[in-house]
Design a protein around this ligand. Structure first.
Ligand code: CA
Length: 228
């Protein structure tokens, strides 16, 4: 069964989420604190997606996200943010989250996001076994890893999908909508801004000078281009 970690300290919100996940065919692994969430992840290495609340009794959700990513865990991470925490969305994405859902959310919205993320995090296995070499970059599409000049670049699954899209379309201007559709899926409810935030994060990881990008260039008023 497809497992989803639900980290939320408010019991009523957590059970609302859990009930809806079960209805959608997921098994929910519950945690009420950050520490508990990290333990559950160790105990259940087959968890593919985690929902992380931000305000928690022991540590905040960003810290949980950071610790998960520090362990090179490739699970999909969705932050549960409050409506007023506009900046949290960006902070969450910068600490390695793949997506965010604003409270209050509808069950349909939440499960659509989880479904989309689940598909991207290797829930579907493609027959792809190759490598794309565009020096200094080497993308291994079997292991879903990226190397720059022989050094491994740690990527989230979303970042990997964006890089893959770029490397499949070198030199082609891609609109933000195109990137959103391709990476997040057509059923994605979110905003275009998520594309920009992920690009910003990717630039920090792969550009020699992120403020003056040479690989991911901006096409003003349109989108981005893999600049080869
Ligand atoms: Ca909370």
């Amino acid at each position: 069964m497809k497992k989803v970690l639900v980290l939320e300290d408010e019991a009523n919100i957590r059970s609302f989420v859990v009930i809806n996940l079960k209805r959608a065919g997921y098994e929910a692994i519950e945690a009420g604190t950050g520490e508990e969430a990290l333990q559950q992840l160790k105990r259940n290495p087959d968890i593919k997606v985690a929902l992380l609340d931000i305000m928690l009794p022991d540590m905040d959700g960003f810290e949980v996200c950071r610790r998960i990513r520090a362990g090179d865990n490739k699970i999909g991470i969705i932050m549960l943010t409050a409506r007023t925490q506009e900046m949290d969305k960006v902070t969450g994405l910068m600490t390695g989250a793949d997506d965010y859902v604003t409270k209050p959310f509808s069950p349909a919205e939440l499960t659509a996001r989880i479904d989309a993320l689940y598909r991207r995090t290797g829930g579907d296995v493609t027959a792809d076994t190759g490598e794309i070499s565009q020096p200094p970059f080497l993308l291994n599409t079997r292991n879903r890893t990226l190397e720059k000049s022989g050094n491994r670049v740690k990527l989230t699954q979303v970042e990997y999908s964006i890089i893959k899209l770029f490397m499949d379309n070198p030199g082609k201007a891609l609109s933000r909508e195109e990137i959103l559709d391709s990476v997040w899926g057509r059923d994605y409810f979110g905003e275009l801004k998520i594309v920009d935030v992920n690009i910003r994060r990717l630039r920090i990881k792969i550009e020699d000078d992120p403020t003056n990008p040479a690989y991911i260039t901006t096409v003003w008023g349109y989108g981005y281009k893999w600049g080869f």
